[in-house]
Design a protein around this ligand. Structure first.
Ligand code: URA
Length: 240
C-alpha cells in the first residue's frame, strides 16, 4: 500500500516526521536510487527501495523504545552539534535503536526529556495542536508582584505575538527577595518560551528545569540518568 515518504521514514525511526521532511528537502533520501526532494512523494514499502544517506531503510525490524532522560544543563538536544558541545544522546548507552529527542530543551535547561524512535508519537507530542502541558520549576531574579503574575497568566508578547494563557505560582522567596522559585505550566513550546515570558515581566530566569510533560513526571530520576517508560506511561502518551 502506498504511503507518504516522510511518514515511512518517521516510522522507521529515522527522524520525527517534520525532521524527515527536512531530510527529504536536503536531498538525503533516495527512492529506487533516485534522490527525491519534493514533498508528498508516495512510496510502497513492499516494492520501493528507500535509502537514507546510502543506507537501506527498513521499518518493521525495529521495536519501539521510549525513554525519559533527566537532561543536565550543558547539553544540546540536537543529535550532532557544530561546536562539538556534548549532546543528550551521549548520555544514552546500550540502546541500539535510533532514538531521537521529542522536542527540545535549551542548552542551559535541565529536566525531563523524552527520547524515542516512534516518529508518530514525536509528531503528535510536538505538534502545536496537541496541547500537552509542560511543567517547569524556575528560579527567577526578583519576585514578581500580583500585576506581573496576572500579565504572565494572560499572555505576554514575545517575538511579536501573544502567548496563550499560562500558569505561574510562587513557591518560595529568598529572605532579601533577590530570587524566587516559581512553578510554570505552559501548553506551547516556542523557542525559549519560558525564558522569554519571564523576561517580558522583567523577572528573568536564573535556572530552569522541566519537571513534567502532561502526566509524566520526572520524579527522583537523577540528573544525567535515564529510564525506560512503563507500559502505563506509553499507553498514556499514545492516547493523547
Ligand atoms: N522554555 C525555555 O525557555 N527553555 C526551555 O528549554 C524550555 C522551555
Amino acid at each position: 500500500m502506498e504511503e507518504r515518504l516522510q511518514k515511512f521514514l518517521a516510522e522507521a525511526g529515522i527522524a520525527s516526521r517534520r525532521k524527515a521532511e527536512m531530510l527529504i528537502q536536503q536531498g538525503r533520501v533516495q527512492v529506487n536510487g533516485k534522490v527525491i526532494k519534493e514533498m508528498g512523494c508516495k512510496i510502497d514499502p513492499a516494492k520501493d527501495k528507500i535509502t537514507f544517506e546510502g543506507r537501506v531503510v527498513k521499518r518493521e525490524a525495529e521495536e519501539k523504545v521510549y525513554l525519559m532522560l533527566h537532561k543536565p544543563e550543558g547539553y544540546v538536544t540536537t543529535a550532532k552539534e557544530q561546536f562539538g558541545r556534548p549532546a543528550v544522546l551521549d548520555l544514552i548507552h546500550g540502546v541500539k535503536a535510533r532514538i531521537f529527542p521529542v522536542g527540545r530543551l535549551d542548552y542551559d535547561t535541565s529536566g525531563l526529556l523524552l527520547l524515542t524512535n516512534d516518529g508518530d508519537l514525536t509528531y503528535k507530542l510536538t505538534h502545536p495542536k496537541h496541547d500537552v502541558d509542560k511543567t517547569y520549576i524556575a528560579k527567577l531574579y526578583g519576585v514578581p508582584d500580583a500585576m506581573d503574575l496576572q500579565k504572565f497568566r494572560r499572555g505576554v508578547i514575545i517575538d511579536g505575538r501573544k502567548t496563550r494563557p499560562a500558569k505561574i505560582q510562587i513557591m518560595e522567596k529568598d529572605k532579601d527577595q533577590r530570587f524566587c522559585m516559581v512553578e510554570i505550566i505552559i501548553h506551547e513550546g516556542k523557542n525559549r518560551q519560558v525564558r522569554k515570558m519571564c523576561e517580558a515581566i522583567k523577572h528573568p530566569v536564573a535556572q530552569l528545569k522541566r519537571v513534567a510533560t502532561g502526566e509524566l513526571q520526572l520524579g527522583d530520576l537523577k540528573k544525567g540518568k535515564y529510564r525506560f517508560l512503563t507500559e502505563k506511561e506509553i499507553k498514556y502518551l499514545q492516547k493523547l
